[in-house]
Design a protein around this ligand. Structure first.
Ligand SMILES: Nc1ncnc2c1ncn2[C@@H]1O[C@H](COP(=O)(O)OP(=O)(O)O)[C@@H](O)[C@H]1O
Ligand SMILES: [Mg+2]
Length: 255
């Protein structure tokens, strides 16, 4: 469903992403784990077509991100690090607006919006102005805009960053439901996080990224066999970045 081949991104002298390849099957929920600055956001932005890679290519649902860019983009729902919400719009008018941009046919639009609001538990606040909502609710609006066109693939960049523990629990629950849907409601998901507990809570598989390179790609079951812990692995793989490893391990309390 997602195929990344040797993706690289350089900013002048800085190599943000260095030859990252992986493949994600339909229905998988994969965690992109790595300390701040590892290259997670850059990789995700390349997959979504927002950022041209310096090298390499990718396919989303069989569509090349260059040769078939429109179809590739349509197949993706993207929650950026900072969702582009319009604070003065109401929840339902904003999600309707996104549905129109994403080419949801006019006839199907109202139903698609209702469905997205319902799935993100936003039905009760649909007429509220986005700017008056709590951060947790705004993040749900971010998820609703990502799913409104029923994309098979969801790319979620640090979906719980800045939320309080209760909101974090709610958003994680919501993501788990998005992964568990049936038919058009079933999504293949990549989510990024610098928090180990987050990835452990939601994902079955981890891709560890450090200094622009993929260093681990395995199921959590595999990685925690023989009494090994993800904490130990993360600390070992990011040893040069001990501050980030410490804060990532400390993030476990939020789950
Ligand atoms: N627009 C940019 N210009 C220059 N450097 C950038 C830019 N965007 C990201 N970087 C650098 O690329 C690296 C990876 O960043 P990023 O992908 O945001 O990491 P992450 O999301 O894992 O925290 C960092 O060193 C960052 O400073
Ligand atoms: Mg990032």
């Amino acid at each position: 469903m997602i195929e990344a081949r040797d993706l690289s991104k350089r900013y002048g002298e800085v190599v943000a992403v260095d030859g990252v390849s992986f493949s994600v099957d339909r229905g998988e929920v994969v965690g992109f784990l790595g300390p701040n600055g590892a290259g997670k956001t850059t990789t995700m932005r390349m997959l979504t077509g927002f950022l041209p890679p310096t090298d390499g290519s990718a396919e989303i649902a069989g569509h090349d991100i260059f040769d078939d860019a429109l179809a590739a983009r349509r197949a993706i729902g993207y929650l950026p690090e900072t969702p582009p919400l319009y604070p003065e719009m109401t929840v339902s008018s904003y999600v309707t607006f996104v549905a129109r941009i994403k080419d949801v046919p006019r006839r199907a639009r109202a139903e698609a919006v209702d469905r997205a609001l319902e799935r993100c538990a936003l039905a009760d606040v649909r007429s509220r102005v986005i700017g008056t909502l709590s951060k947790g609710f705004r993040q749900r609006v971010g998820l609703a805009q990502a799913i409104v066109h029923s994309p098979p693939v969801l790319i979620l960049d640090e979906p719980t960053v800045g939320l309080d523990p209760i909101q974090i629990g709610e958003i994680r629950g919501l993501i788990a439901e998005l992964a568990a849907g049936e038919g058009d409601d079933r999504h293949t998901i990549i989510l990024s996080s610098h928090i180990l507990a987050e990835v452990e809570a939601i994902c079955r598989r981890v891709i560890l990224i450090n200094e622009g390179r993929k260093t681990v790609d395995a199921s959590i079951d595999e990685l925690t066999r023989d009494g090994k812990t993800l904490e130990g692995l993360f600390a070992q793989e990011t040893a040069r970045d001990t501050v980030a490893a410490d804060s990532a391990a400390g993030g476990g309390g939020a789950s």
